[in-house]
Design a protein around this ligand. Structure first.
Ligand code: NDP
Length: 238
């Protein structure tokens, strides 16, 4: 089997996902850049290669069973196994005056956000798990947010987005419990408040800074933490 480790990053065409892909490429991984739009994916792969990474594109819409199955088949064909999965793709969902008001919540917004941020992660993870199990030290990183922390209750009122990340955190714990007696290590990450399309580029941290915790969790040693929620400072309260 090929010695080079392979990492699949979802939503790798821009923002934090691109920075994670670039960082893992610099760390020696072959990067499978998952992105749903053909042109944006090809541009991202070109930029990753220009930065020196060994990268290839994987067509991947996390809301589509067919797309995710095809992506898993593409990774198997290219690499035979998967060492790292970073579930980064995420959306905020429509807001009004910068918030999602629970008292007037549009349930279609909730459904859309859950479909991507929660069900998308389950869909992708379960499709890739057979390939992850073939690796010596498989790692799964779920890109969450401290807005999903029920302890912190931070940020604007976002009654679709914040609960989607709370559920993602809870799922992270369930996966870690289920995989406790395996070599698959699963954790959730919070990137901090990062300047990307997501925040209208109006935030203090760079994508590279936001990517750092995901890269750390993607490269944990075999005795590293499992089923936790971390940012650059350490554990984030659930
Ligand atoms: P961006 O909006 O810049 O990037 C989001 C990425 O997700 C894009 O590549 C987008 O692709 C992709 N994506 C969205 N929906 C799908 C889908 N259905 N299938 C595949 N890819 C999809 O956001 P960020 O980089 O800021 O956010 C990345 C992650 O970090 C998200 O999970 C977000 O919730 C989380 N996060 C971000 C924070 C921040 O301050 N920026 C703070 C806390 C958490 P496309 O270009 O095609 O839309």
């Amino acid at each position: 089997m090929n010695d080079t480790k392979t990492a699949l990053v979802t939503g790798a065409n821009k923002g934090i996902g691109f920075a994670i892909a670039q960082g893992l490429g610099a760390a020696g991984f072959t990067v499978a850049a998952g992105a749903r739009d053909d042109a944006r994916r090809e541009q991202a792969v070109d930029r990753l290669r220009a930065a020196g990474a060994d990268a290839f594109g994987v067509a991947l819409d996390v809301t589509s069973d067919d797309s995710v199955a095809a992506a898993a088949a593409a990774v198997e064909k290219a690499a035979g196994r998967l060492d790292v999965l970073v579930n980064n793709a995420g959306i905020s969902g429509r807001t009004g005056d910068g918030i999602q008001d629970p008292t007037t919540l549009d349930l279609d917004v909730v459904r859309t956000v859950i479909e991507t941020n929660v069900l998308g992660v389950v869909r992708v993870t379960n499709a890739l798990l057979p390939l992850l199990r073939r690796a010596d030290s498989p790692r799964i990183v779920n890109m969450s947010s401290n807005m999903g922390s029920l302890t912190l209750q931070t940020g604007p009122i976002l009654a679709a987005y914040a609960p989607s990340k709370s559920m993602l955190n809870s799922l992270t714990a369930q996966y870690a419990r289920r995989l406790a007696d395996t070599n698959v290590i699963v954790n959730a990450a919070c990137p901090g408040y990062v300047a990307t399309d997501f925040t209208g580029f109006n935030a203090p941290r760079t994508p590279e800074q936001g990517a750092a915790i995901a890269i750390r969790l993607a490269t944990l040693p075999d005795d590293g933490p499992r089923g936790g929620f971390f940012d650059d400072e350490g554990a984030v309260p659930w």
